[in-house]
Design a protein around this ligand. Sequence first.
Ligand code: NAD
Length: 500
Amino acid sequence: MHTETAHVPRKESLKASIPLLKNYIGGKCVESHAEEHLSVTDPSIGQEITRVPLSGVRDVDDAVRSARAAFASWSTTPMKERVQVFFRYKMLLEKNASALGALVHEENGKIITEAMAEIEKAIEVTEFACSMPQLSAGEILEVSRGVECRLDRYPVGVVASITPFNFPNMVPNWTIPNALVLGNTIILKPSEQVPLSSMRIAELLKEAGLPDGVFNVVHGGQAAVEAICDHPDIQAITFVGSTKVAKLVYARATSHFKRALCLGGAKNHLIVLPDANEEMAASNIAASMCGCAGQRCMAASAMVAVGSVDHIIKRLCEEARKIIPGKNLGPVISKQAKERIERYITEAERDGAKILVDGRGATVHGNEGGYWVGPTVVDYVRPEMKIAHEEVFGPVLSIMRTKTVDEAIKIENANIYGNAASVFTQSGGAARYVIERASAGMIGVNIGVPVPREPFSFGGWNESKFGAGDITGKSSIEFFTKLKKTTTKWNPESKVNWMS
Ligand code: NAD
């Protein structure tokens, strides 16, 4: 298959003219009606790689019409047939994994091993979707003599998936396979900062045999999202991004009586006890704070050091210093992000925190135009400081000191977010105490990034998620289907009972 995205410029051809990206509607790349295009840069070099249209109401409407038209036939195709597309899609993800990883690396900046991990997770979610016929079979029961009740799942209709910049391939794949195997048709609105991976996903879905119109991509930002929220023929919306926008999207979508599930930002606390295994704690925390340059909703952002843990902090700083921008640490997404992250560090220092490892002003020889921030460890942070309770979204760890586990839990509980929390200890009892009291949807014990693997579902608590259920796993079956309950009586000799 050959579509427009085959022409995505690579680094070596950057000087060639930069093509404008198109939307993907009805199985074709189509020109957007947008009047404005936004420059997309490779964050490692700070140079433009493509330009993305800022689509609006007309583009969203075109995509919805295409998705609606495809729904009639796709939703009535037996699930056992629909799932065959995703067996093939999974194999195509595997076959193209290196190229998909390279594309993620190019548009998002994360290092290749991290980009490949993202593709592996996309494959895992697709495998889960392939088990959907087994997982989502209906139920039937004889509820009275000769009378049976039967429960069937129906797709909800045209759904939309709005995604963030930090996982250009994985987050779209959180929803696409599950929503489509369950019989919905979809409009993906990827982040305007990383629009390329979604076009490659479109190509692979087509190659896997997905009928035209079942999957559509509309590029853009706020205007496209608002048009999605307002469109009367979109039945459900998933959103993944910052809490500020998650709230806006949830409020707007539900005001139009749509089903909505909006995942927001995070501030994940790691509670470290003195008995923790020094090597395991230090290496896990360093990897968690720096992985994907700290631009993960599961990243370690605040460490609560309980009692005498100086030995672990010292080791953690040694581990952090081994993480080198341009080598095993990617850039952050933009110049603005770099400035914001460095501002948090500088303000904390001004307010009395102690910088143990300082990543401000990092550069990479040969890639000076990239948006680099080195690993940063800030000690003696106080809970009232901005760096302690706001989402920094960079390779920065704030350390707060407490005397007791209860004080540490109080700090964790006071944060508005609730995506993840971890405890580092060798005591099962202490771990259990924290697990039961942490106010977060995903908990780790001696694990820095406690992402639940399939079939366990992904989703936080508090202001890290708006709407019921989780976005992946069995929860996604509830979100992407509606239940029909049918009561049947065939035999005239069946007695009339109190219900019939
Ligand atoms: P963002 O909220 O800026 O953007 C997310 C999406 O919303 C994008 O598609 C963007 O185009 C759109 N958007 C931006 N501003 C908008 C507005 N005013 N109105 C309507 N739509 C708008 O998020 P981001 O910077 O792309 O991603 C980083 C954020 O995502 C972080 O807060 C991170 O924690 C969060 N995130 C959360 C999870 C999770 O599972 N909870 C996963 C990944 C990322």
